[in-house]
Design a protein around this ligand. Structure first.
Ligand SMILES: *Cc1c(COP(=O)(O)O)cnc(C)c1O
Length: 221
């Protein structure tokens, strides 16, 4: 099936309250343009340099999401346009995002990446870390970022019971932290679910899914 057919197919299967991030990493601009012409406006990339190049080449009404691990020294390259950073997992990074956002007189929305997978290779902070940051004075002083939700990645496994357990854990963490409403924190988004498990993720409370290969085909890079 074509990219536009894939998109249409996925959109017909997800409820209205779920935001679809089209994960276009490694794919050429021509593929992204096919999705754009089919109406897609939210794209997710996992490398800053690649996202910057695509941002420069493409129409300016696109929302660019950084879904990968972010190195602090590269935040400056995307601070003028990035719409949502999914993978924030430490306070030093958040401070840098705040600093760079300020230079552009912007407020950048961020999600805290929570470690829900059992593998120790996955990035992310604990629920306790997230809670401590959100209640700290240092955090309250950051005026150019906003924490709008949580992101999680389940263990890479065929065991759907384990994946379900991890998704439910993220939903629970979300419900517990949601009560911490401050000027720069209002949790609304749960970013979880990819091509192989987005249906399960939605059943477990996700309202933002990050789908790549089911839209653009397998990646060979
Ligand atoms: C690549 C990637 C996805 C999309 O994966 P697919 O299995 O191709 O849908 C989602 N989230 C993150 C963080 C990714 O790096």
């Amino acid at each position: 099936m074509s990219i536009s057919e894939n998109l249409k197919n996925i959109k017909s299967k997800i409820p209205n309250h779920v935001t679809l991030v089209a994960v276009s990493k490694t794919k050429p601009v021509s593929d992204l343009m096919e999705a754009y012409n089919a109406g897609q406006r939210i794209f997710g990339e996992n490398k800053i340099q690649e996202m910057v190049e695509k941002y420069e080449a493409m129409p300016k009404d696109i929302e660019w999401h950084m879904i990968g691990h972010v190195q602090r020294n590269k935040v400056k390259y995307m601070a003028n346009f990035v719409r949502l950073i999914h993978g924030v997992d430490n306070f030093k990074l958040l401070k840098e995002i705040n600093k760079q956002a300020k230079k552009h007189d912007r407020i950048i929305d961020c999600l805290f990446q929570i470690k829900i997978a059992s593998e120790n290779s996955k990035f992310g902070m604990s629920a306790k870390d997230a809670s401590e940051i959100l209640q700290s004075n240092d955090f309250s002083e950051l005026q150019n970022i906003r924490i709008t939700g949580l992101m999680g990645m389940a263990t890479f496994t065929n065991d759907i019971n384990q994946v379900e357990k991890e998704f439910k854990l993220l939903k629970t963490v979300f419900e517990n932290l949601k009560i911490l409403k401050t000027k720069n924190c209002k949790l609304e988004t749960i970013s979880m679910g990819m091509s192989s498990d987005y249906k399960l993720a939605i059943d477990c409370g996700s309202n933002m899914i990050r789908v790549g290969s089911s839209i653009f085909g397998e990646r060979n890079l």
